[in-house]
Design a protein around this ligand. Sequence first.
Ligand code: GRF
Length: 204
Amino acid sequence: MNLKTRLGILVSGRGSNMEAIVQACQQNQIEAEVAVVISNQPGALAIGKAKKKGLLTVLVPNGPDLETKIAALLKEHRVELICLAGFMKILSPDFIRQFPNRILNIHPSLLPAFPGLNAQKQALDSGVQWTGVTVHLVDEGCDTGPILLQSVVPVEPQDTLETLTQRILLEEHRLYPQAIRQRITSNLKIVGPRVEWTPKKGER
Ligand code: GRF
């Protein structure tokens, strides 16, 4: 029997978080396998990277039926957990309701600080000394869903946008697989704004 959780990864760009997730699966750090990688951008670097790893990739160009096609693909490939990894499209409530508590996103700040685009620049411009990474469940808002895991990253006095972005990205690559692992091995209950975790039977 195959006990691995089937992941669908949605990408639009570089795909470094996708690579981190794939590597964690291949190294058995998480009991999961990537069933499909879906991009809405024809030129996304992520697609080439996924193909090189032998993964099934599908391009669904932006258009009125984007979400219908993506939902159909996810169901066709029996995806159990959807990981947004630099997917540059806000998903509609209709789409999200089809996969309750099964859509994860990674954001390069300590939410609720600095939601939306250019989170690293927002942090730098604001003068904070600490920022970080958040993995959260996707709800109907923009970067507002229940927080699964967070990790803190320092902002150094000499940081440029590039150095800060890079330091955050390294932390993203560590945190996303960890959050997926926790999501897979735990039952979760949403209590108000919070996520409560209890290990599944046989997990610790
Ligand atoms: C990451 O910074 C992620 O937090 C944000 O978009 C970026 C995607 O990078 N949502 P990559 O495509 O995973 O390299």
